[in-house]
Write a protein of this length. Structure first.
Lengths: 439, 403
């Protein structure tokens, strides 16, 4: 190998001229020059963006705000041929239909119950998501047990009127459960008390729930076919989160389990659900669920997509939780085992509290996805917000060219406020958690 | 040594019940799980058989050979209400899903990378506009966006009778975009052969150029040669063939009829709306993926490349992007899959994709829910698994090689 003969020289032959002193200018003009017009390419880019904004923003603002129709009783306000103006959004339409968009066809005199449901939901969400809230363990009990039961009674009216035979059956079932726990405890030669408390606790929780649902609070029954609008949208999202979090944790634990069959079953479920679109799951729940149940049993039309979305969200939640479980250092598992904790104790006392905490942003992001996906129930004929807008759009009282766009602008605004709020929250939590990791 | 062993045997726990053996417990839990799953499936299956018999719904996949008796607005293969079977309808729907996904993935990659890089731009204005785009598009459900595009696209278009003429055989009206349809002549084989030759030539030239560069350091104009061989050569052949009177491709232009345009190729407004919605929505997610990928490349890499004397364009192309791709590929794959799965929302605006045709019309006509749902889900699962399989192979190739 000869040394490089025709290599370019890297050493200057002459002294370089001094560069001009750095520009020390401060203030808005300097800022503009530095950030917007720092070179020919950037200047062109800025001008192109300004042009794009010029052709898109003013018409949008005109449509949404300046040319919009804010008041009016029917289509005349939003039709140019009827003396109104039609260049802008017809917010009068939204204002006129707002109760329909919020409650659907829910019995008008009973709508206060929906309002209580909304406030209970808000309390639960704040309690769980506000990291400094007191007694967040109670908050979990509230959100995953008290709130669903109370909401069910509030929204449907409760008073299920279970027959005497049902209660006798439940008593036998409860006795069997307690006996089973006592039997296992005797078999394992452990003390009887905790087993009886655990068994009795499970039976008591189910029993209290059933009794509350059975009790006649004097509330009028409102069939689910009347529910609609934001009520249904929030309901689907709430059921999704209430079911998917526990179920997703179970699936994630199953996927990380050492037992091959448990692992296989979890993997198949998770990958199957994640591999198909939600809409196919919803159609499956709609058409196949009734087939799989005994002939005389029917599933409520609203319940079918609820089951579909809950199962769908569980698979995604499982993957988020699995991420948290995997992020736990091995020392945590080993430490727990060396303390003599068994698997349930290790998971519930050591691993899950830490793992769930670090995946709060992931959980919230999954929930944002779930919240957006609730709009798909409209396709299988459930009257959620999108479907109520679709239905009002063709109302002849409000037949005007801008109605459709106005309706969807309203829906977009509604979803945007919720999803953007949640994503900001998740960003905040992420920063806070990262702050703890900083050295 | 001996004393240690005795000590161990003395402290070893007394023989406990086999119920405390983790293996026995594990086996027991698994048996319970399997039993529960079997019971669940058995009950569901017996109920389904009973319900189907009561409703007099046939079962089995024989219905795929029955005549469909409905029309589909966009068919990539020959399909008619009289002659097409349910099986044909399935293929038509599948092709429609695949084509909208393929075109969507192509455009969304461009737009996503563009916006992702724009978010990191030093230009304040560009970065902010890209950020607003991402936040707005990501936080509004795709269904609402699709319905919006559908109304916005369809509502802005004129009636077929006053179609907009855009020149070169393009017409636009509320029934879609009409354009010239290429008709393949007998000499199309020549053109294809020349195109393939160009591809092979490019491949050989690229390998040669790379070898030369590795050995001598001299660089060759790979990009220009590629363009000339892949595009220039076939176009030249086409012109020559057209001049000697053996034109391999002729165009059938759409003609204005009394009520509608006839002939030519028609692109449905539903297709345009679906494509627009999917592309703009997925691009917002891809932009975030790209941004995260570029930020994951440490700043030292850029600085090191700069100190080697590489210009900014080459730093991006030769140093940053190859490393960022490792981080970008896995989430990008899942975004592609999301786009494919989201194309099933076509059912909301009436584009005849797999779900709309098969899970909608065919399911309603035949009532054979189980078979239809199984086939449809099977298709999506296959697409998902195949894509992840190929992407995993690619990912292994670009993944970092640890020493």
């Amino acid at each position: 190998m000869s040394t490089a003969v025709d290599m370019p020289r890297f050493v200057r032959a002459r002294e370089a001229e001094a560069l001009p002193p750095p520009n020390l200018a401060r203030g808005p003009i300097a800022w503009v020059r530095e950030n917007l017009f720092s070179g020919p390419f950037n200047t062109i880019l800025t001008l192109v963006v300004f042009y794009l904004l010029y052709i898109s923003v003013p018409p949008l603002l005109n449509f949404l705000v300046f040319d919009a129709v804010w008041t009016g009783a029917d289509r005349a306000a939003c039709r140019a041929d009827a003396g109104g103006s039609e260049s802008g959004a017809c917010w009068a339409f939204i204002w006129d239909k707002i109760n329909y968009f919020i409650y659907g066809s829910y019995t008008i005199s009973e709508r206060w119950r929906v309002n209580i449901f909304f406030s209970l939901l808000a309390i639960g969400v704040v309690w769980l998501l506000w990291l400094k809230a007191p007694r967040r363990d109670l908050g979990a009990v509230y959100f995953f047990w008290v709130f669903p039961v109370v909401s069910y009674i509030l929204l449907t009216g409760g008073n299920e009127n279970f027959s005497v035979r049902f209660w006798i059956g439940f008593a036998i079932f409860g006795a069997l459960i307690i006996a089973l726990f006592a039997f296992v405890s005797a078999l394992l030669k452990t003390s009887m008390r905790p087993a009886l408390i655990l068994g009795g606790g499970i039976v008591a929780v189910i029993g209290v729930t059933l009794a509350l649902v059975d009790f006649n609070f004097g509330l009028e029954h409102v069939p689910t076919s009347l529910w609609g609008g934001i009520l249904v949208t929030l309901l689907v999202a709430t059921v999704g989160i209430v079911v998917s979090l526990p179920f997703g944790i179970v699936l994630a634990l199953g996927r990380r389990s050492n037992l091959p069959i448990v692992r296989l079953a979890s993997v198949i479920f998770i990958e199957f659900v994640r591999g198909v679109p939600l809409i196919t799951v919803l159609i499956m729940a709609n058409t196949m669920l009734p087939l799989f149940l005994p002939g005389d049993m029917t599933v409520d039309r609203l319940l079918r997509p609820l089951i579909g979305t809950a199962l769908f969200a569980s698979a995604y939640m499982a993957e988020v939780v699995r991420g948290g479980l995997q992020a736990m250092p091995k020392g945590q598992y080993e430490g727990a085992m060396s303390l003599g904790l068994n698997y349930p104790q290790m998971m519930s006392l050591i691993i899950l509290p830490q793992a769930l905490r670090i995946v709060i942003p992931g959980i919230v992001n999954t929930f944002i996805g779930l919240f957006k996906d609730t709009s798909l129930v409209a396709i299988v004929g459930i009257f959620d917000l999108v479907k109520t807008i679709e239905a009002s759009r063709i109302d002849p009282d409000w037949a005007a060219p801008t109605i459709g766009l106005t309706g969807y602008a309203f829906a977009a605004l509604f979803y945007f406020i919720f999803c953007f709020g949640m994503s900001r929250y998740s960003l905040g939590v992420e920063r806070r958690l990262a702050a703890g990791q900083k050295r | 040594m001996n004393s240690v062993q005795t000590a161990v045997s003395q402290t070893s726990p007394p023989k406990k019940s086999f119920l405390y053996d983790p293996k026995v417990r594990g086996a027991f839990y698994q048996v319970v799980l399997v039993a529960a799953i079997i019971v669940l499936f058995y009950v569901a299956a017996t109920n389904a058989v009973e319900n189907l018999q009561r409703a007099r719904i046939a079962s089995g996949f024989g219905f795929l050979n029955n005549t469909a008796g409905f029309d589909i607005s966009q068919t990539l293969i020959e399909f008619s209400a009289a002659g097409g079977t349910y099986g044909d309808a399935f293929i038509v729907g599948l092709l429609n899903t695949l084509i909208v996904s393929a075109i969507g993935i192509f455009f969304t990659t461009f737009l996503g990378f563009l916006i992702g890089i724009a978010r990191l731009s030093k230009n304040w204005m560009v970065a902010k506009v890209a950020m607003v785009y991402v936040e707005v598009l990501r936080n509004v459900p795709l269904l609402v966006q699709l319905l919006f595009w559908y109304i916005a696209v369809l509502g802005a278009l004129p009636h077929p009778r006053d179609s907009l003429e855009m020149g070169a055989g393009f017409y636009l009206n509320s029934r879609g975009l009409f354009m010239a349809q290429p008709l393949w002549g007998p000499n199309i084989g020549v053109l294809v052969a020349v195109f393939l030759l160009g591809l092979i030539g490019t491949f050989i030239y690229r390998r040669w150029a790379k070898k030369q560069q590795e050995q001598t350091g001299r660089q060759y104009p790979v990009g220009k040669v590629t363009l000339a061989l892949v595009l220039g050569l076939p176009i030249l052949t086409w012109i020559v063939l057209a001049l000697v009177g053996a034109n391999p491709i002729t165009f059938e232009l759409p003609r204005r009829g009394t009520f509608n345009l006839t002939g030519g190729m028609q692109i449905l407004p539903e297709f345009v709306a679906l494509l627009l919605g999917l592309v703009t929505y997925t691009a917002a997610f891809i932009a975030e993926v790209v941004r995260a990928g570029i930020l994951a490349v440490s700043k030292g890499q850029t600085e090191a490349a700069g100190s080697l004397g590489l210009p900014p364009g080459k730093i991006l192309r030769l140093v940053v992007i190859p490393q960022a791709m490792r981080v970008i590929i896995p989430p990008l794959t899942s975004q592609y899959l999301n786009l494919t799965k989201n194309s099933s929302l076509a059912v909301a605006i009436g584009y005849p994709d797999l779900v709309q045709v098969f899970m909608g019309t065919v399911l309603n006509q035949t009532g054979q829910a189980i078979e239809v749902v199984v086939i449809t889900m099977g298709v999506y699962l296959t697409i998902s698994l195949l894509t992840s399989f190929f992407m995993n192979i690619y990912n292994r190739r670009v993944a970092i090689v640890e020493r």
